[in-house]
Design a protein around this ligand. Structure first.
Ligand SMILES: [Zn+2]
Length: 340
């Protein structure tokens, strides 16, 4: 079978690897149909120093497929069922896992496609515990955006920032995979959404998604405009993932007691923080990484009720570098999908 494999930094190859054996007890075998790309793939592709891993490595952190075979002692799945997979090898038995806080697993064996072999292969065996059914009416291309994009946003907005209907939120990089999802999820509960984009074409696209105010961060200082739009009050929540370039401006956008939630640092990982400002303004800052199984199920349920991901580009398996290049270029609006 074919597997998309990182053989050296920045060197991806489509290689032939042995097909997996029949699934063991407690496992299912999955035929992968669609892999969604994320910035973690770009980091992996670039070879970040912090990643402890061995090459060659099969890539792909977020995917959907269908059940190809079912091992012993597995209930709830049958052949051809559409499914998505959790993106990390959690233990399922530590305290956080038992409490449904999967992304705080104390014995995690790694992130799929980053530390351990990922989903960009035709077949894989996986513990049935890490497999989630796709509800009727959701296609596999869209479902492939549930395990990271939808669930990460779900976890950030509703578990961490506790976003409430009627609040005002600033969503950074509204054209990104998670930015597009955040705009849609916040609008769906009746929030006022301010978003930033890098060009006028994206500004129109973000408005079409429902954003109430769109700021082109290349031509205008977003922190000034946010204060103007909110008549100097500031926003309740900032959805951060840009990092060094925007973090301090984001804090200036918050109202007193406001919440900032971040899951990324694409523009750089380090900044300085004014601690006087932090405690006097009573800001709440949340770091967020990954999601729980419940967040993935909620994301899929939202898709089934019509809240669909924005798909920028679909590429064939042998054209994945074009997809990664698009993701890195910042021209992207929505998700990039690799089809099998
Ligand atoms: Zn665990």
């Amino acid at each position: 079978m074919r597997a998309l494999t990182l053989v050296a930094d920045r060197k991806l190859e489509l290689v032939d690897v042995p097909s997996p054996p029949a699934p063991g007890p407690g496992q299912v075998q999955i035929r992968v149909k669609a892999v969604a790309l994320n910035h973690i793939d770009v980091w992996g592709f670039r070879g970040m120093a912090f990643a402890k891993r061995k090459l060659p490595l099969i890539v792909g952190a977020e995917a959907a497929g269908e059940i190809a075979a079912v091992g012993e002692n597995v209930t709830g799945f049958k052949s051809s069922d559409p499914v998505v997979m959790y993106g990390a090898l959690t233990c399922g038995s530590c305290k956080p896992c038992c409490e449904g806080r999967d992304n705080l697993c104390e014995n995690v064996q790694g992130i799929m496609g980053f530390h351990v072999d990922g989903f960009a292969r035709e077949f894989l065996n996986l513990s049935a515990r890490l497999v989630i059914p796709v509800p009727p009416g959701v296609n596999l291309r869209d479902a492939a955006c549930a395990p990271i994009a939808f669930s990460t946003v779900e976890h950030m907005l509703f578990d961490n920032a506790m976003l409430q209907p009627g609040e005002t939120i600033l969503v950074h990089a509204g054209g990104s995979g998670i930015g597009t999802v955040a705009i849609k999820m916040a609008k769906a509960i009746g929030c006022t959404v301010i978003t930033t984009v890098g060009d006028d074409v994206k500004a129109e696209q973000a408005k079409a998604l429902g954003a109430d105010h769109v700021i082109n961060y290349r031509t205008e200082r977003f922190e000034h405009l946010v204060r103007k739009i909110t008549t100097k009050k500031g926003v309740d929540v900032v959805f951060e993932h840009v990092g060094a370039e925007t973090f301090n401006g984001s804090l200036l956008c918050l109202k007193r007691g406001g919440r900032l939630v971040t899951c990324g640092a694409t523009s750089g990982p380090s900044t300085t923080l004014n601690l006087m400002q932090l405690f006097q303004q009573q800001y709440k800052i949340f770091g967020s990484f990954g999601a729980s199984m419940r967040n993935i199920r909620n994301g899929l349920a939202k898709m089934a009720s019509g809240l669909l991901p924005v798909i920028d580009t679909e590429v064939a398996l042998d054209d994945v570098e074009r997809g990664l290049a698009r993701l890195e270029s910042r021209r992207v609006f929505g998700k990039v999908i690799v089809r099998f």
